[in-house]
Design a binder for this molecule. Structure first.
Ligand SMILES: [Zn+2]
Length: 159
């Protein structure tokens, strides 16, 4: 099977560029052109690069959480400041209904909003929590329920 494409000799073959053609030839014929490579058994597929190794080993994520009783805190601080809901809303350039919702707990402020309220009322609404992130957390978005079946893989590909 491994025989020279030029002379038919067998043995060690060399992929050689001869007059613009890539040929698998014997050592003797390879001298007629430029040897590109020795024919070797197929190269084993390269190991996947470990992407995660580039990441920092330990990560901590800071999560900002709005305190559970933020509604009360806002109301109390607002009342202490002597502002009506309407006046307070104007100060925040928000609608009065927004303040009502915040104070009756219907709405939880977004972090941005909570910051504004904290500054204005001199209260604490945001708690910072540190969450340790496992090294490969980012890649483990798939449900942890287990290994994908072939059916799942096909479904995913079709998407
Ligand atoms: Zn040959």
């Amino acid at each position: 099977m491994a025989s020279c494409e030029m002379c038919g000799a067998s043995g060690q073959m060399f992929v050689t560029m001869i007059e613009g053609a890539k040929l698998s030839v014997c050592g003797k014929c390879s001298s007629l052109g430029k040897v590109l490579k020795e024919v070797a058994p197929p190269v084993a597929p390269q190991k996947k690069k470990q992407v995660s190794s580039a990441k920092p080993i330990a990560q901590a994520r800071i999560i900002q959480v709005i305190v559970g009783d933020c509604a009360n805190r806002i109301r109390q601080a607002r009342e202490k400041s002597g502002l009506s809901q309407k006046e307070f809303a104007m100060k925040l350039s928000e609608r009065e209904s927004m303040i009502q919702h915040l104070e009756n707990g219907q709405t939880k402020p977004a972090v941005d909003m909570a910051r504004k309220l904290e500054r204005l009322l001199n209260i604490k609404l945001i708690e910072e929590m540190k969450e340790e992130v496992p090294q490969d957390d980012e890649e483990e978005k798939a449900p942890s329920s287990g290994v994908l079946t072939l059916g799942d893989v096909i479904k995913i590909r079709k998407r």
